[in-house]
Design a protein around this ligand. Structure first.
Ligand code: NDP
Length: 273
């Protein structure tokens, strides 16, 4: 009897574990800028989740995305995307539509970003400011809007008011440097002002989008990944890509209605806008 009871308990625990993880896993995910850094790390985390059906990872130059291309997983689709090019976005969106079909898209991770080094105090440089806004802000807005039909489609496949990444979410990888509240020492704190301004601006987009999409049941949040050892973060950064992205993924899977429109660290503590 004791052996049989043990088996039943184990089966029940497995059922709970499985139903919990499948409830929170997105069916399909897009990660932009996934050929290196945090985007690549996120894809490496996503392939571990067997409940995900489609993982769509983007690279500007797919042929050179060596680390992405060595991931052998039939669910992984590596697609070209230059986020600042509308033509590239249009082709990408139609390819995503073909992959996900009637299920729509559950999770968009706006990760691609740039930080162009320049001295904001003494170097009035229109091109460097504009370039950062284009990648970090404008492109997030345009790509999210162009993927909206696929996001709405996925949201409408679920009834009720619950929000989660398994229903639909737009997660934007912002930065703590985009916090206006935490800016107390001016440009001393910032490597470059335009980067921080572009992240503050994208935070505004996400917050606004979350309000506008309330009736569509699309969750939208901003995250700071921490200071991460990537080409952008540098070798002296405190977190490995693995540390940051494993914590980010855990946080994504915990998102619910209470987080909508917010700005978070990897442990889901709130950052002040
Ligand atoms: P990396 O510089 O390592 O990688 C940036 C990624 O964005 C690359 O895949 C790059 O592609 C892609 N990208 C840049 N421009 C474009 C474009 N025009 N079209 C498409 N893709 C583009 O950066 P991280 O991985 O460190 O940063 C990822 C995100 O995290 C960024 O949004 C960044 O602002 C944010 N962040 C990072 C922090 C850190 O400490 N690392 C801290 C806070 C926020 P390609 O290889 O073709 O250039």
């Amino acid at each position: 009897f004791r052996t049989r009871a043990y088996i039943y308990i184990k089966q029940f625990q497995n059922y709970l574990l499985f139903s919990e993880s499948s409830r929170m896993s997105p069916g399909s995910v897009v990660v932009t800028g996934a050929n290196r850094g945090i985007g690549l790390g996120l894809v490496q985390q996503l392939v571990k989740d067997k409940n995900i059906r489609y993982i769509i990872a983007t690279a500007r130059d797919v042929a050179k995305a060596t680390e992405l291309n060595i991931i052998k997983d039939p669910r992984l689709h590596v697609l070209p995307l230059a986020v600042t090019c509308d033509k590239s976005i249009d082709v990408f969106v139609s390819e995503v539509a073909e992959i996900v079909g009637a299920d729509g898209l559950n999770l968009l991770v706006n990760n691609a970003g740039i930080a162009v080094k320049y001295d904001s105090k003494s170097e009035p440089n229109r091109a460097k400011i504009t370039e950062q806004f284009d990648v970090n802000t404008t492109s997030v807005v345009i790509l999210t809007q162009k993927l909206l039909p696929l996001l709405k489609q996925a949201a409408s496949n679920v009834s009720g008011d619950d929000l989660s990444v398994s229903r639909v979410a737009v997660v934007t990888i912002s930065s703590g440097l985009g916090s206006i509240t935490e800016n107390e020492i001016g440009s001393e704190r910032f490597e470059n002002l335009a980067y921080s301004m572009s992240k503050a601006a994208v935070n505004m987009f996400t917050k606004t989008f979350s309000i506008d999409m309330k009736d569509e049941h699309i969750l939208a949040v901003n995250f700071c990944p921490g200071w991460v050892q990537t080409d952008m973060g540098g070798k002296q950064a405190v977190l490995t890509v693995e540390q940051s992205t494993s914590e980010l993924m855990a946080a994504f899977n915990k998102l619910d209605n209470s987080h909508n429109g917010g700005y978070y660290n990897r442990d889901l503590t709130a950052i002040k806008f």
